[in-house]
Design a protein around this ligand. Structure first.
Ligand code: NAP
Ligand code: MG
Length: 497
C-alpha cells in the first residue's frame, strides 16, 4: 500500500486491474474474456474491473477443486499441517488488516470504523477458531450388540463444496464459509457477490501466500444467474453453502435435486426486537438503534420490527427518532461516518420503494424517510428511517427491507407480543430488553428464532452457532454445529472372529 495524502492508502491490489480469478492456484482471466465493474457506493463511480466468471470458469474451478480433493495434496497433509495453514492465513489477514479494511469499505460502503474494528479482526478470529478444530475432528467407537464386531465411525469431509455469498459482509461471509469447510478437509469454489468481489479476491491472494495447495480454494467472481446458477447445479459439486435471499435460497435447493448435493442455507429475516417497560430504556434505545442501523440495516438479523410496550412507547419513540435524526451520514472511508450508503442503485430503489409503500399503506415516518442531498446525492444514501402508526399486516412490517428502516409496534403483554413476533415466515433472530429474569427465559423459550439476544443485539462469535428457523434457512454456521455441515460420517464394521 502507498499513502495518497488523504488518510487512505492505495492498495497495490487495485492497481492490478482487471482483477483476475483464482482457479487451481493460478490467477486467470475469464474464459469468455469478459470483465465487469464493481462500484464504490459512496460515489457511484467504478472502483475496479473484475474478471466475469460464468459456466465455463465454474467448470474449470470445479475440476481443479476435484483434482485437489481426490489427488490427495490436501488430504495427505496431517491435521496439524492443515491447522497451521489456517493459522498462517489468520496471521496474514492481520498483517494486511488496513488494506483489507479499506477494500471492504470502498467496495461495500460500510463505514471504515466498522471494517477496521469488526469485519477484519473477526475474519482473522474465524480462521483461528477453526484452525483449532482440525486436530479435534474425532470419530467414535460404537458398542454394537452383534457378537465379535468392532464398529467405529470416521468423520470425513464432504468433498467439493460450492459457496455462494452476499454483499453485506463480504469478507466475514467468505470466512464463515471457507474456514470450517477447509478445517474439515474439503476443497472449495467460492463465488462472492457481484457487488463486492474485492476483499474475497484479496483473501485469495493471502490463501496462496499462506501456502495452501493449489485447487483447494478457488474464487470465481461473477453473476448469480450465470456463475452462481452453474455452481448450484454442477453435477460434480457435493455440497452448496449459501447465504442470501430466501428467494434465491429456494432456487439453490431446486438446483441441488439432480445429484442430491447437500445444501445449507442462511437466508433472510424480519427479526422482532422487543422492549419491555422494566428495561433500562436508555440502553434499550441504543440497542434498538444498533439492531436496525448497523451496516445500514443490510443485515440478515436486523431488528426491523421494534415492539415497544405501550406504557413506554412514546418515551422510546422520542429517544429513537432523536438518535436516528442525529446519526452522521457520510462517505464510508471517513472515520467519523456512522451510516454509509446502501450497496447499490438497485438496493436504494428497493428500500425507497418500501418507504413509499409504507406511507401509501398509512404508516408515518417519524424520522428520515428521504435521501440526503448535498455532496451525498451521488452515493446510494438513505436517511435512517423510523415508522410509526404501523399495523402488523402492512408490507413494511412483513417483508425484509434490508435497509435502515424500522417499524415500531406497541404491545400490551408477554403472550401477545410473543405471538405477534412469531407471526412471520422468517425465524432468524430476536431481541428482548428486560431486567425481569422470568421474562428473559419465558421469551427465550417462546420466540421461534435461531438466536435470541437479551439486553444486547447483533452479537456473533466463531464459537456460537448461528442459523435460522422456518424460511430463514437450515443448517448452522459457527461453533462445532457447523462441522456437521462439512463432514459426513462413515461407519466401519470389522469382524474380529
Ligand atoms: P441474492 O440474490 O440472494 O444474492 C446472494 C448471492 O447469491 C450472490 O452471490 C448472488 O449473485 C447469488 N445468486 C443470485 N441469484 C442466483 C442464482 N439463481 N443461483 C445461484 N446464485 C445466485 O441477494 P441480493 O440480490 O444480493 O439481495 C436481494 C435481497 O436479498 C436483499 O435486498 C435482502 O433482502 C436479501 N439478502 C439477504 C441476505 C442475508 O444475509 N440474509 C444477504 C443479502 C441479501 P450476485 O452476486 O450476482 O448477486
Ligand atoms: Mg462494489
Amino acid at each position: 500500500m502507498t499513502a495518497n495524502g488523504t488518510g487512505t492508502t492505495q492498495s497495490a491490489f487495485l492497481q492490478r486491474q482487471p482483477i483476475k480469478m483464482l482457479i487451481g492456484g493460478q490467477w486467470v482471466e475469464a474464459v469468455s474474456g469478459k470483465v465487469f465493474d464493481t462500484i464504490n457506493p459512496s460515489t457511484g463511480k467504478v472502483l475496479a474491473k473484475v474478471a466475469e466468471g460464468d459456466r465455463e470458469d465454474i467448470n474449470r474451478a470445479v475440476a481443479a477443486a476435484r483434482k485437489a480433493f481426490e489427488g490427495g495434496s490436501w488430504r495427505k497433509l496431517t491435521s496439524s499441517q492443515r491447522g497451521r495453514l489456517l493459522l498462517k492465513l489468520a496471521d496474514l489477514i492481520e498483517q494486511n488488516a488496513e488494506e483489507l479494511a479499506q477494500l471492504e469499505t470502498l467496495d461495500n460502503g460500510k463505514p471504515i470504523k466498522y471494517s477496521r474494528g469488526g469485519d477484519v479482526p473477526l475474519t482473522a478470529d474465524h480462521f483461528r477458531y477453526f484452525a483449532g478444530w482440525v486436530t479435534k475432528l474425532e470419530g467414535e467407537t460404537i458398542p454394537v450388540s452383534v457378537p465379535n464386531m468392532f464398529t467405529y465411525t470416521l468423520r470425513e469431509p464432504v468433498g467439493v463444496v460450492g459457496q455462494i455469498i452476499p454483499w453485506n459482509f463480504p469478507l466475514q461471509m467468505a470466512a464463515w464459509k471457507l474456514a470450517p469447510a477447509l478445517a474439515c478437509g474439503n476443497t472449495v469454489i467460492l463465488k462472492p457477490a457481484e457487488q463486492t468481489p474485492l476483499s474475497a479476491l484479496r483473501l485469495g491472494e493471502l490463501v496462496c501466500e499462506a501456502g495452501f495447495p493449489e485447487g483447494v480454494v478457488n474464487i470465481v467472481p461473477g453473476f448469480g444467474e450465470t456463475a452462481g446458477a452453474a455452481l448450484a447445479a454442477h453435477p460434480d459439486v457435493d455440497k452448496i453453502a449459501f447465504t442470501g435471499s430466501t428467494e434465491v435460497g429456494k432456487r439453490i435447493l431446486r438446483a441441488s435435486v439432480d445429484n442430491l448435493k447437500k445444501v445449507t442455507l442462511e437466508l433472510g429475516g424480519k427479526s422482532p426486537n422487543i422492549i419491555f417497560p422494566d428495561a433500562d430504556l436508555k440502553f434499550a434505545i441504543r440497542g434498538a438503534m444498533n439492531a436496525i442501523f448497523f451496516n445500514q440495516g443490510q443485515v440478515c438479523t436486523a431488528g426491523s420490527r421494534l415492539f415497544v410496550h405501550a406504557s413506554v412507547y412514546d418515551q422510546v419513540m422520542g429517544g429513537l427518532t432523536d438518535a436516528a435524526s442525529r446519526m452522521k451520514l457520510g462517505a464510508s472511508i471517513d472515520p467519523a461516518t456512522e451510516l454509509g450508503p446502501l450497496i447499490s442503485q438497485e438496493q436504494l430503489e428497493r428500500v425507497t420503494g418500501y418507504i413509499e409503500t409504507g406511507r401509501r399503506e398509512g404508516a408515518k415516518t417519524m424520522a428520515g424517510g428521504e435521501r440526503p442531498g448535498g455532496n451525498l446525492a451521488q452515493g446510494y444514501f438513505v436517511q435512517p428511517t423510523v415508522f410509526d402508526h404501523v399495523r402488523d399486516d402492512m408490507t413494511i412490517a412483513r417483508e425484509e427491507i434490508f435497509g435502515p428502516v424500522v417499524v415500531a409496534l406497541p404491545f400490551e403483554d408477554v403472550e401477545e407480543v410473543a405471538a405477534r413476533a412469531n407471526k412471520s415466515i422468517y425465524g432468524l433472530a430476536a431481541g428482548v430488553w428486560t431486567n425481569d429474569v422470568k421474562k428473559v427465559h419465558k421469551m427465550a423459550a417462546a420466540l421461534n428464532a435461531g438466536v435470541v439476544w437479551v439486553n444486547t443485539y447483533n452479537q456473533f462469535d466463531a464459537a456460537a452457532p448461528f442459523g435460522g428457523y422456518k424460511q430463514s434457512g437450515y443448517g448452522r454456521e459457527m461453533g462445532h454445529a457447523v462441522l456437521d455441515a462439512y463432514t459426513q460420517i462413515k461407519t466401519v464394521w470389522v469382524n474380529l472372529r
